[in-house]
Design a protein around this ligand. Structure first.
Ligand code: SME
Length: 163
């Protein structure tokens, strides 16, 4: 199958996976698991969402990670304030890289932007150097599908409650 054929199939699978809910918590969890399974050599895939003060750890796959990242710090905080994707082929060359998992060698961070609002970032780490240059545009397309299928304003009315 051609690369675009695989992309189309992944997009279609993702759309049906995310068609049951617009809830940002469940969709973020499903999306992290989907990406973690789809690509080889990943050691972390997940979200940080902005709470008005810091980027707070959201749903993810991988080892335990730092709870909060200050906007402007690390790869995540930098992509967040710049509102653009940051592809880091070698994290050891990025001065302000925050090392949550010492096995990481490359990283990509894609901001979550809907209707001009930046809600947070999607962060993926790999044990392989330069894992993301070839798949960056595919990842961005898949993140775009995730964004289309998710209502981020739901964060304020998620609907969990005690009885
Ligand atoms: N490496 C990121 C921190 C988050 S972890 O990789 C999960 C950064 O520099 O922002």
């Amino acid at each position: 199958m051609t690369r675009s054929g695989i992309e189309e199939l992944s997009e279609e699978t993702l759309r049906s996976l995310l068609s049951f809910s617009k809830n940002p918590v469940s969709n973020s969890a499903q999306f992290s698991a989907f990406i973690f399974d789809l690509f080889t050599d990943l050691n972390w895939a997940g979200f940080y969402y902005y709470n008005g003060n810091a980027l707070v750890l959201g749903p993810y796959q991988g080892k335990v990670a730092c709870d909060e990242i200050i906007p402007g710090r690390g790869v995540c905080g930098t992509a967040f304030v710049k509102r653009s994707t940051l592809n880091i082929p070698n994290v050891h060359d990025f001065k302000d890289h925050i090392a949550c998992d010492s096995r990481s060698n490359s990283e990509i961070v894609i901001p979550i932007i809907k209707n001009q609002n930046v809600y947070g970032v999607f962060d993926v780490d790999s044990i392989r150097l330069d894992r993301f240059t070839q798949i960056a545009s595919t990842l961005e397309k898949l993140v775009d599908v995730f964004i289309q299928c998710t209502d981020f304003e739901e964060v304020f009315k998620i609907g969990f409650q005690p009885i």
